[in-house]
Every structure is written in structure tokens, then in C-alpha cells.
Design a protein around this ligand. Structure first.
Ligand code: CMP
Length: 137
């Protein structure tokens, strides 16, 4: 079993897409092991996306990610990282496959509704960033 971090970003929460995303997660047999609604500070968003700190979109991305509430979740399943990324679709919704969350709902490369860890090491960092062991069932 593998765990990964999922985020429903501020655009997804403000547009009422929490239920839609969770339905898709459950239909795809991923188990929700932890979940909360939070609003990140700018510093917390910068810490979360520290790997992107040299990228030109870092400032805008971290502003966006603390602009409103987000839902953070730990998902578990067999090789959970890949099925969650497959459900999300490509970062740029214009490249995302039909039926993916980003293809169906994203409006912009930044406002792309959801986030998912991209590798086991990032999943360990990202799930640990938001949840301690007591907060996971
Ligand atoms: P996410 O999967 O959360 O990882 C980094 C985020 O940066 C990405 O989704 C997008 O929301 C955002 N982003 C904005 N511009 C770009 C870009 N040009 N390339 C990649 N990610 C971008």
C-alpha cells in the first residue's frame, strides 16, 4: 500500500467541487486516510512548494494557494501516487486526457483544481507536512 497527498485547491473549493473530487476518489477505490479543510499562510504555501522556489510562477502560485481554503487529504491504495495523478490529468488542463479532473474543471495552468504528489519521496514530505501519525486512520 502506498500513500499520497491530494489537495483540492482554492479554485476547487470556492467553485463547490469538493464533493465531485471526493466522489471520483472513492469510485477509483482510493481510501481517504486523513482529511481537513485549512487555509494556508503565505509562509506555509512557500514551504509546501519549496521545490519550485526558483520557478517564475512561484510567487503567483503561493499567493493563489493561500488565497482561500483548501482540502488536504492523505489517499491510500496500491501504488496510490499514479492512479491519483491519472485521475487529475496533466498540469496544463489543455494537455489533460478526457475524463480527468483537470480536463473537466481547470481554467488555467495555475488554477488547476487539484494537486497530487509526484513520487514516493515527495509523498512522504507532503503528507507529513499536513498530517502527523495521530491524524491518519
Ligand atoms: P501542482 O501539481 O500543484 O504543482 C505545481 C503547481 O504550479 C502546478 O500544479 C500549477 O498549479 C502551478 N503552475 C503554474 N504555472 C506553471 C507552469 N508553467 N508549469 C508547471 N506548473 C505551474
Amino acid at each position: 500500500m502506498e500513500q499520497t497527498l491530494a489537495i483540492i485547491k482554492p479554485d476547487g473549493v470556492s467553485r463547490g467541487l469538493i464533493g465531485e473530487v471526493i466522489i471520483r476518489i472513492e469510485r477509483n477505490k482510493l481510501k481517504i486516510k486523513a482529511m481537513k479543510l485549512i487555509q494556508m499562510s503565505k509562509t506555509q504555501a512557500q514551504g509546501f512548494y519549496a521545490v519550485h522556489r526558483e520557478r517564475p510562477f512561484f510567487q503567483s502560485l503561493t499567493d493563489f494557494m493561500c488565497s482561500g481554503p483548501v482540502v488536504v487529504m492523505v489517499l491510500e491504495g496500491e501504488n496510490a501516487i499514479k492512479p491519483w495523478r491519472d485521475m487529475m490529468g496533466a498540469t496544463n488542463y489543455k494537455d489533460a486526457a478526457e475524463g480527468t479532473i483537470r480536463r473537466d474543471f481547470a481554467t488555467d495552468i495555475e488554477k488547476n483544481v487539484v494537486h497530487g504528489s509526484d513520487a514516493p519521496e515527495t509523498a512522504a514530505f507532503e503528507t507529513g507536512y499536513f498530517f502527523n501519525a495521530l491524524e491518519r486512520v
